[in-house]
Design a binder for this molecule. Structure first.
Ligand code: FMN
Length: 289
């Protein structure tokens, strides 16, 4: 059912919802309530483990380890996000993903700013989990253990990759399909070099610029979709003084006061009203004292 016709012809996409356009957003009708008492009272990591296991067992979430990792560059504050696989969850509470830490954009961001967020979305379960914390590199020995589990092609590929570098086209050269090279030939050359380097060698060491990144959380949110956007949200925040987690319910609505948080130097109030098109952001005072 069309709710509102597109306001302007310049919108290529308007009120997108699944496979249709100009329609109401999908409702979260599974309506499984999430109560505070359903959650692990001590540890969000234990809670994550329980939800991850449920997602895996359901057979309905193709890759529950897939998440969006965001990092931010300093001093600009510019944020970038990308999908990665969360490959390990330490019993001590670290989320581990593997990547290139030489040339990638995330590597560049992490040099000056260790804060990382991971967001998981398991549609079939109508669940979102947000993980925020500081990241640290795994040692070469730790990374080697996982590296050895990878297929030979992926291990060689790790040596060949200069992740996120610009690949310059080789002028005047055509690829195998007879098309003008657009930079792919450079990548294939690096792969060839890496293959030659390890030819006949069974053991391939983990490259010094590749390995695991452990995100140690200090804030985690569990989100369960509910009808009419009245979702259940619970956040765990690590208390520095006690080392214990504080658990609180958050308001879900996107049409009322959604967030009012006091930071050290500024109080931000974000208001979104249903009768006004858009968001109103006000910043108040400079020092809450
Ligand atoms: C499904 C999927 C899984 C991915 N898993 C990883 C991963 O585990 N590690 C990784 O470095 N990149 C992974 N990527 C590629 C990243 O999204 C990204 O292209 C790459 O890390 C470079 O990003 P950066 O330069 O912003 O750091 C994955 C991409 C997709 C679509």
């Amino acid at each position: 059912m069309a709710l509102h016709p597109p306001q302007a012809q310049d919108k290529l996409i308007f009120a997108a919802a699944g496979s249709t356009m100009n329609t109401q957003a999908e409702q979260f009708t599974a309506n499984t309530p999430l109560h505070r008492s359903d959650l692990d009272q001590e540890s969000p990591v234990a809670q994550y483990h329980s939800w991850f296991t449920a997602a895996q067992k359901s057979g309905q979430v193709a890759h529950p380890e897939t998440c969006c990792m965001s990092t931010a560059s300093l001093p600009s504050g510019r944020v970038s996000s990308r999908i990665v696989y969360m490959k390990e969850l330490d019993s001590s509470g670290g989320f581990v993903a593997y990547s290139n830490f030489g040339t990638s954009r995330k590597a560049d961001d992490l040099k000056r700013n260790p804060y990382v967020s991971l967001t998981f979305w398991w549609e079939a379960m109508q669940r979102q989990i947000r993980v925020e914390g500081k990241a640290e590199r795994l040692s070469a020995e730790e990374s080697q253990k996982y590296f050895e589990m990878r297929a030979r092609g992926s291990r060689v590929g790790a040596w060949a990759s200069r992740q996120s570098w610009v690949l310059e086209p080789k002028e005047g050269e055509n690829n195998e399909e007879g098309k003008e090279d657009d930079g792919r030939m450079q990548l294939e050359e690096w792969v060839k070099e890496a293959k030659e380097k390890f030819e006949g060698k069974e053991d391939i060491p983990v490259p010094p610029f590749w390995g695991g990144l452990r995100v140690v959380p200090d804030r985690m949110e569990f989100w369960q979709g509910r009808d009419s956007r009245l979702h259940d949200r619970f956040v765990y925040e690590l208390q520095e003084e006690t080392g214990k987690w504080k658990l609180e319910r958050l308001s879900p609505r996107d049409g009322t006061l959604t967030s009012c948080k006091r930071h050290q130097s500024v109080t931000l109030i974000i208001l979104a009203r249903e009768d006004v098109d858009g968001w109103r952001l006000s910043a108040e005072s400079s020092d809450p004292g």
